[in-house]
Design a protein around this ligand. Structure first.
Ligand code: ATP
Ligand code: MG
Length: 264
């Protein structure tokens, strides 16, 4: 049994964050562990309140897991503030956490900035250099680079420019671009590859970013190479979107457990 770790926030509505990550790990037949960075009061419509956990307790959770189990891969999601980002980067530097997928949760699909400027700087100076793979959406690529990223050619350039900031590979996610396909761009330091899948017509897209990065970490834990892991995760997410469902009055979740319920 392989162990995977998510370092992320809790989504009370069950569609994103830690909850999405643990379901995704389970769908891949892995033992999921978690270090919770923040608690959000959230549902399918929006976030009504949230609070960060102390950085000391975030690190204690990571140490408790890594001190006892062999962690095959790790992903980070919402890290809430600069202090937690620095503490997680420090932990990743001294503990054996396996390949590290950093989903830089900085700007929500809605365009809302989730971190202050100090936290954005901490990402760049401390965490990006430790990342095996960085997975920004378009708005996060823009925030990290300080220039617009609005089409495929700009995504390919952004992937190269972000790679220069230190991560070993970059996946710029194009979910927000219109078109028949949802296309992401992977740069592994060597070649730029477009990774496309048919766009699924649904409003139930809550937590797609969390799910994708958790699925990539899962596949890296299972021994996939990077491109194989990204392609496999994208196929898993696309099927989860096809089987997404409505709970509540806003954006519903994707069906994380679809591999376990074929033919339902
Ligand atoms: N309607 C859709 N159909 C198919 N794939 C999609 C759709 N929307 C997003 N994706 C894919 O979902 C993944 C997440 O991309 P997205 O750009 O939505 O990230 P994000 O903004 O970080 O998501 P989140 O708001 O959940 O954090 C990418 O692989 C993207 O191509
Ligand atoms: Mg995201």
């Amino acid at each position: 049994m392989q162990v995977v770790l998510t370092i992320a926030g809790s989504d009370s509505g069950g569609g994103a964050g830690i909850q999405a990550d643990l379901l995704t790990f389970a769908a891949h037949g892995l033992h999921g562990t978690s270090a919770i960075t923040a608690v959000t009061a959230q549902n399918s419509v929006g976030v009504s309140d949230w609070a960060a956990i102390t950085s000391r307790l975030v690190v204690a959770q990571i140490e408790a897991v890594a001190g006892d189990m062999r962690v095959a891969a790790t992903k980070t999601g919402m890290l809430a503030n600069a202090e937690i980002i620095v503490a997680v980067a420090d932990a990743a530097g001294r503990l054996a956490l396996g390949p590290l997928v950093v989903d830089p949760v900085m700007v929500a699909k809605s365009g809302d900035r989730l971190l202050d400027a100090e936290a954005e700087r901490a990402y760049v100076t401390r965490l990006l250099p430790q990342a095996t793979l960085l997975t920004p959406n378009l708005l996060e690529a823009e925030a990290l680079l300080g220039r617009p990223v609005r089409d495929l050619p700009a995504m390919r350039e952004a992937a190269r420019a972000l790679h220069a900031l230190g991560p070993r590979a970059v996946l710029v996610k194009g979910g927000a671009l219109p078109g028949a396909d949802a296309t992401d761009v992977l740069f592994d330091g060597d070649t730029v590859v477009d990774v496309s899948a048919p766009r699924v017509e649904t409003r139930n897209t809550h937590g797609t970013g969390c799910t994708l990065s958790a699925a990539i970490a899962s596949r890296l834990a299972l021994g996939d190479g990077l491109l194989e892991a990204v392609r496999g995760a994208k196929a898993y997410l696309t099927e989860a979107l096809r089987r997404s469902y409505t709970v509540g009055h806003g954006r519903g979740p994707v069906d994380h457990l679809h591999p376990l319920s074929r033919g339902r």
